[in-house]
Design a protein around this ligand. Sequence first.
Ligand code: ZN
Ligand code: ZN
Length: 228
Amino acid sequence: MSLETELTDAFIEGYQVAGKEVGYWGRRFLQAVKRNGGLATAKRMLLPRNEGQRKGLDALLEANRPELTVEAIVLQPRFQSLFTPAELDAARDRLGEYGKTIAILAAKRQRLYPDELEPGQKYAEGAKKQVRVNAYERNPKARAACLKHHGYDCSVCGFNFESRYGVLGREFIHVHHLKPLALTDGEYKLDAVADLRPVCPNCHAMLHRGAAVLTIDELRTKLSATDA
Ligand SMILES: [Zn+2]
Ligand SMILES: [Zn+2]
């Protein structure tokens, strides 16, 4: 799925949640998204002057659901590359206080790994799924079971922190969840050995870097392509 398609889907999902949970049905917005695609619609909405555009934004801000707005979806890290700095600034400005919070969180996140979001914060649905994935990846019992079986070498590049850093690196490794897309809102049973793999932080960041999470094999192929 292309990033543009993902953006369109995120808008449609936001429209539905806003309708069901806030009672705001932005039907004209939905029509525009379906007719012109999410990206073109968003770019038009981010232009300085646009009649009627604030209606949905104000309704959602008033309902304290800023994460459902077009502006907040545009500002999701995965979509930012689709927009110009001026468009992103416009989105942040319109969100007021929430825009500032997002900017602070984004700056903070840059210092963390790209897949780490902070639990307890409000995020759009895609990001919430990501938080759940992170919760699985951080679950100490699952982690221990995974590492007992798979050991502490990175499953992608083979890096071992203890070999490289000595005692300081002993038992240091990230744990990656192989099937984030299999997560649904229902119960999900984690199989620590089948579903988790040890990966070094570099490979972990690269697994999560693109729009879709790469498989271990896909990333390994990319890695060996650069060795040649
Ligand atoms: Zn690695
Ligand atoms: Zn991961």
